[in-house]
Design a protein around this ligand. Structure first.
Ligand SMILES: [Zn+2]
Length: 496
């Protein structure tokens, strides 16, 4: 009776001790477990006791999350030491049974695998054949159980992918389980995410995003502070500092979504570094909406708008509604074709940079008068860029010029400052990008489209179609990309 009581007390004390045990003791226990996993491989694969350097090397790798069970076991089986043991196919299969499945082979099973190995060896050579069979054994539930019993992440074997590459991706996934979900991975889940990352079906950013969007994470109902701290730990590899957390908390209070804050973190250089360290692709940076609308007005059209329009709102002075424009003396391009080519590319570039873009015409056959060109921009655009090319009878004239209204424009002088700033930004960025001669900014009040514009407006002459060099450059597809970049940089500079 007495003995039982003492025993019960000892058990209780032991339980209490295990609850109170300092982390250092538990870490020592964990090291012992992991070392036992490594010692087991020395015995069963290499047929000898471990040396202390080797033991420490592999145990550190596993303990510090730098390696998976499959990767370590695979490296034992592919080591020069194992190769030098010259194990027969029969012995190789037996070694896989004992080390990877944790049991002796059964006669039929072993014969089956020896056959498979022999056939694979004929088809793919001995190294590849052995590696593939190792992979089949290592991906088993038995090896999962062995790894779990030693507290080790099993990882995956993916056919045709180097085991160390797979292990790195496995550890990236494991890291998400640990930090975001606060648990070790299930093998099925890890296989799913690792395969998607290795096959480049998903990026690091997308996988991390899925963890934060998961039902499991949602069910935790974390506070804003905890959410932000989780983002810091996962995507920047450090806990959130108080000023950072309060900054992001204010962003949330001001109506930013958790998803948009996620992008703020996942687009950081820190997360790029994390992804690179695991050998995976981070994924593209989200486009940040600039909340700016640019109107592009591709000059002219093959069908010229008929009639006349007032030079400015309420003006009695009338001007042709539009003009047919010039053409390339060497390229043969019509001005309306060139302006459309550049406008379409500029639209694409600006949208990629986060702008919203509208255009005054989208094809080469719609006539648009110059008042309408201005009115399209006036309805909702922040600026209006009118794309044109120049002409002079003197073929040596060359270069670009940006045309805006004067400070004394009779109709919309309030747009002068913005228009002039836009003209300066466009001409300097365009000319430095392209090397086209900079003819500067010309202020004049005889352009109907400029005069009607109630938002900052510039008519941009990109170069002379009557000059051989300008004309051939502007018609060149590669050069056009430079022109577009210069114009887009000018717009960025204006809004900056
Ligand atoms: Zn023109």
């Amino acid at each position: 009776m007495r003995g039982t009581k003492i025993k019960a007390t000892v058990v209780l004390v032991a339980m209490l001790l295990s609850l109170l045990m300092p982390a250092g003791v538990r870490a020592a226990d964990r090291r012992t477990e992991v070392e036992n996993f490594v010692k087991r491989l020395y015995t069963l694969v290499l047929g000898r006791e471990c040396d202390s350097d080797g033991l420490k090397f592999w145990a550190d790798d596993l303990l510090e999350g730098r390696n998976t069970g499959i990767c370590v076991a695979g490296q034992f089986f592919e080591s020069p030491e194992y190769t030098s043991r010259k194990r027969s196919d029969d012995e190789y299969i037996e070694d896989l049974y004992t080390a990877v499945l944790g049991r002796d082979s059964e006669k039929d099973g072993r014969a089956y695998w020896v056959n498979v190995l022999a056939e694979d060896t004929r088809n793919e050579g001995a190294d590849k054949a052995r590696r593939n069979i190792f992979g089949g054994f290592a991906n088993s539930a038995e090896f999962t159980g062995i790894c779990e019993s030693y507290g080790i992440v099993r990882g995956n074997f993916i056919n045709g992918v180097d085991i160390t590459t797979t292990a790195r991706v496995d550890l990236f996934v494991q890291r998400l389980y640990t930090i975001v979900l606060g648990r070790t991975c299930d093998t099925e889940g890890m296989t799913f995410w690792t395969t998607a990352l290795i096959n480049k079906e998903m990026t690091g950013k997308q996988v991390a995003g899925e963890f934060f969007l998961s039902k499991e994470y949602g069910d935790k109902n974390v506070t804003d502070e905890k959410y932000i701290d989780d983002l810091y730990r996962t995507l920047m590899d450090r806990p959130g500092d108080s000023s950072g957390i309060s900054f992001w908390k204010t962003e949330l209070n001001n109506g930013q979504t958790r998803q948009s804050i996620f992008y703020g973190f996942s687009d950081s250089p820190e997360f790029l570094g994390i992804c690179e360290s695991f050998g995976i692709e981070r994924g593209e940076v989200e486009k940040k909406a600039k909340n700016k609308v640019v109107c592009i007005d591709p000059g002219h059209s093959s069908v010229v708008a008929p009639g006349v329009v007032p030079l400015g709102p309420g003006s009695s002075s009338m001007k042709a509604a539009d003009a047919s424009g010039t053409y390339g003396r060497w390229s043969g391009l019509k001005e309306y074709e060139l302006t459309m080519i550049i406008s379409n590319q500029l639209k694409e570039e600006l949208e990629a940079r986060g702008y919203e873009v509208i255009m005054t015409r989208y094809d080469n056959t719609t006539p648009v008068d110059c008042v309408t060109r201005a009115k399209v921009a006036n309805e909702g655009a922040d600026i209006n860029i009118r794309i044109h090319a120049d002409a002079l009878s003197n073929s040596s004239a060359n270069g670009a010029v940006a045309i805006c209204i004067t400070p004394n424009n009779p109709w919309n002088p309030q747009t002068y400052q913005g228009s002039r700033a836009l003209a300066d930004a466009l001409i300097s960025n365009y000319c430095s990008a392209t090397g086209i001669k900079n003819r500067g900014v010309s202020e004049q009040d005889d352009m109907t489209g400029n005069n009607w514009s109630t938002v900052p407006c510039v008519l941009f002459e990109m170069g002379f179609m009557t000059n051989e060099s300008d004309d051939l450059k502007m018609a060149d597809a590669d050069f056009q990309k430079t022109m577009v970049k210069g114009l887009a940089d000018g717009i960025d500079a204006y809004f900056a």
